[in-house]
Design a protein around this ligand. Structure first.
Ligand code: SF4
Ligand code: SF4
Length: 164
């Protein structure tokens, strides 16, 4: 499926998803990188050693979720826009998804948007919590969305309500 559509199948996603126990401890990375390409900036971005050393530049990143502190430093370093940080402990009803977002104009904090999945399908209403666009992010802004908890593992992007 991945080769034809660019969309991973559910088994591939399951393999890289942090355990429920880890999710309940706070923010943690989820690296949705499934194609062997010569690329490794994610590993160099991580100061916690949570992304294991690559033996070959074409390796897929292997993550130790117990070493990840959810800092999000790796998100904007990924040219494939494949890295997210999930916080399942945000509130009783909502969790946070921190994601790369390279469209303009950037949303405003507190703006209501429509969360979408990896295929761009609308999933739910979501709220912009934070927009980070510092120079150090090198033109890959990072947006944090609050989404209903049941959609935490589905929402990976968003569209603004005006359709932008
Ligand atoms: S979120 Fe932070 S600690 Fe976790 S893998 Fe990325 S850079 Fe490392
Ligand atoms: S930087 Fe992104 S695309 Fe490159 S190996 Fe890491 S996760 Fe995959």
């Amino acid at each position: 499926m991945l080769e034809k559509t660019g969309v991973p199948d559910p088994e591939q996603v399951k393999d890289i998803t942090p355990s429920e126990e880890r999710l309940q401890k706070g923010p943690v990375v989820i690296v949705e990188c499934f194609q062997n390409i010569p690329c490794d900036p994610c590993r160099h971005a991580c100061r916690q050693g949570a992304i294991k050393e690559f033996e070959d530049i074409n390796d897929l990143p292997e993550v130790d979720h117990d070493l990840c502190n959810g800092c999000g430093l790796c998100i904007s370093e990924c040219p494939g826009l494949a890295i997210f940080v999930i916080d399942a402990t945000y509130s009783e009803e909502e969790g946070l998804v921190k994601m790369p977002y390279e469209y303009l104009p950037l949303p405003e904090e507190n703006e209501e948007v429509t969360g979408t999945d990896t295929e761009g399908r609308p999933i739910c209403s979501a709220r912009v919590i934070k927009v980070q666009n510092a120079k150090a992010l090198d033109r890959t802004p990072v947006v944090t969305l609050a989404v209903p908890r049941q959609h935490l593992m589905k929402v990976r992007s968003f569209v603004r309500k005006g359709g932008e």
